[in-house]
Design a protein around this ligand. Structure first.
Ligand SMILES: C[S@@+](CC[C@H](N)C(=O)[O-])C[C@H]1O[C@@H](n2cnc3c(N)ncnc32)[C@H](O)[C@@H]1O
Length: 220
């Protein structure tokens, strides 16, 4: 990760998302922030390199970055300000618990989740971003014909996340069950992605379509 400010250089990269409390939640005014609800989202933005690069590549898209670490949010906002990118906003939130509180239903056409979970130990599994409740909320805030891009460097998550997404009945792997997508879907790169690409390490990437009327929907 390339860190900008002295504060950012001192930051640990992992935080327990449960340190975010409901009182910390600030409900965004999307008209004020972006001139309307966001159309695309990056969830778990880290320091916001991808957010800024994607926003500059797509100036006509209203973009939101969500991050549970307030110091990372501040750093990402700084990047957007420095680069004068007014089509992207950063929201401080535990996306796993409060996604449907900060976003209106059926707005997102594209969602990115990149290297979401440092929590490989079993006892920390409950801290993971992509759990069943999150997937259900994600389905609610995504629009008809929308897509979800997920990438990870962790082999067990590369099996677990796609299986979970498909098991809920809310998402379908565009490449066929269990299959990776050959290329990233944008030129923008995340901090982690650059780190792994430089070293030639394996990255698992998946592309999902939101299923509009999943059979299991009524049961969930
Ligand atoms: C390993 S970093 C990856 C950052 C960036 N996406 C990248 O690829 O470089 C995972 C990020 O997700 C954030 N995160 C983890 N759980 C989250 C949650 N429940 N809500 C919002 N952000 C979360 C972490 O704070 C961290 O910044």
């Amino acid at each position: 990760m390339k860190l900008k400010s002295k504060t950012a250089r001192r930051l640990r990269h992992h935080t327990n998302p449960f340190t975010f409390r409901e009182e910390d939640l600030v409900l965004p005014n999307w008209d004020q922030l972006l001139g309307g609800p966001p159309e695309e989202a990056d969830i778990g933005i880290g320091l916001g390199d991808f957010l800024a690069e994607y926003a500059s590549l797509h100036p006509g898209v209203r973009l939101v970055g969500m991050e549970v670490r307030s110091a990372f949010c501040a750093e990402a906002r700084l990047r957007l300000k420095e680069q004068q990118l007014s089509n992207a906003a950063v929201i401080h939130v535990d996306a796993t618990r409060y996604l449907t509180r900060v976003l209106p239903p059926n707005v997102l056409r594209r969602v990115f989740i990149s290297f979401p979970d440092p929590w490989f130990k079993k006892r920390h599994a409950k801290r993971r971003l992509v759990n069943d409740d999150f997937v259900k909320q994600l389905h609610q805030v995504m629009a008809t014909n929308s897509e979800l891009f997920v990438q990870t460097d962790q082999e067990h998550l590369a099996m677990e996340i796609p299986a979970r997404l498909e098991a809920t009945g809310y998402f379908r792997n565009r490449m066929g069950s269990g299959h990776e997508v050959a290329e990233p879907i944008t030129e923008a790169r995340t901090e982690r992605e650059r780190f792994y690409l430089k070293r030639g390490w394996k990255i698992w990437r998946y592309l999902f379509d939101r299923i509009d009327a999943p059979r299991s929907h009524d049961k969930k």
